[in-house]
Design a protein around this ligand. Structure first.
Ligand code: SAM
Length: 297
């Protein structure tokens, strides 16, 4: 997979790729990243990338021309133009979607085409599900806005989606791009040391969708199926006057699995009750939820 980042602050990303999983993914060339300084695509003495907004108002707006040139340098033209000129093999074909509006059916690779994303507080919310879909795309272009944002015509002409990393306003798209890259890269096969880690975690897939091989070992985890993760403990068994739950130390994988599921439900109910609505809950989950609610009364 390759990420292309268009930014006025390429230096922002210096430290991000030098640690942990991302460093390894790059070193092993499971992922490559191209950093593109927007100012390179300006033609005036001051390397101007912004201008005042039409209609007045606060702040400045990132100009369309340098962004269009940056995208052209990556072989990306305006969607309508490339569709018109190149028929079905356009540089930026429309996003492939299934009936449910997903980018492609689960498990199937997406078309070999760059997906152009504008980071924006006005975008659709970036979620683990979106990260899973992006991780199946070969080449993703991330446009980092600044100031009041990007001239909307760049969004209209070039972008396949606008992504927001949350309901707050950042001063630039760079942090958002780093978040999108981190969450997406770790889902690329081979990037995590233990493939199963990406399946058994908050917002993860359902049990039915888990692909990692348990090799005859009884599984002590559930797929989150849209819930939050359960709490984790490690040695020492006693810390700060608190003992790690006995159930985790008795080796009964069935019991551990049941306990962990209950904790997943408990945490989700406490911290993100909104997630319960869309979660894949079994009849047993619903009983566990009821018992949690009663315990808390
Ligand atoms: N005027 C914009 C608004 O109210 O929606 C905010 C612009 S913000 C100061 C500058 C840039 O930061 C945006 O163009 C975008 O690239 C990035 N940004 C800000 N918040 C973001 C978020 N929640 N998710 C993704 N990108 C964000």
């Amino acid at each position: 997979m390759r990420f292309e980042i268009v930014t006025i602050f390429p230096g922002f990303f210096a430290g991000i790729f030098e640690n942990g999983i991302l460093r390894r993914a790059l070193a092993e060339e499971l992922v490559t990243v191209g950093l593109h300084d927007l100012r390179v695509f300006t033609h005036d003495r001051h390397r101007t990338v912004d201008d005042r907004p039409f209609g007045g108002g606060e702040g400045m707006v990132l100009k369309a021309e340098p962004l269009a040139e940056a995208l052209a340098s990556l072989g990306i033209g305006p969607k309508a133009v490339s569709e018109k000129c190149q028929g079905t093999t356009s540089v930026v074909p429309p996003m492939p979607q299934n009936d449910a509006g997903a980018l492609a059916p689960e498990g199937e690779p997406l078309a070999q085409r760059p997906t152009v994303i504008l980071l924006s507080a006005q975008g659709q919310r970036f979620t683990q599900a979106v990260a899973r879909e992006l991780s199946r795309i070969d080449r993703v272009v991330l446009i980092c806005g600044r100031y009041e944002g990007v001239d909307e015509r760049i969004n209209q002409l070039y972008c396949d989606m606008e992504l927001s990393i949350g309901d707050y306003v950042l001063s630039g798209g760079e942090l958002a791009a780093a978040v999108v890259m981190d969450a997406t890269m770790r889902l690329i096969p081979g990037v995590l040391g233990n493939e199963a880690s990406g399946e058994f975690e908050s917002f993860g897939v359902t049990d039915a969708e888990i692909t990692s091989d348990t090799q005859g070992v009884p599984r002590s985890q559930h797929g989150a199926g849209g819930l939050l993760d359960y709490p984790h403990y490690t040695r020492p068994a006693e810390f700060g006057g608190l003992r790690a739950p006995e159930v985790l130390m008795n080796g009964d994988h069935h019991e551990i699995r049941r306990w962990r599921r209950k904790q997943q439900l408990r945490k989700t109910l406490a911290n993100r009750p909104d997630l319960l609505e869309g979660a894949a809950l079994s009849a047993e989950d619903r009983l566990l939820l009821e018992s949690i609610k009663q315990e808390e009364c």
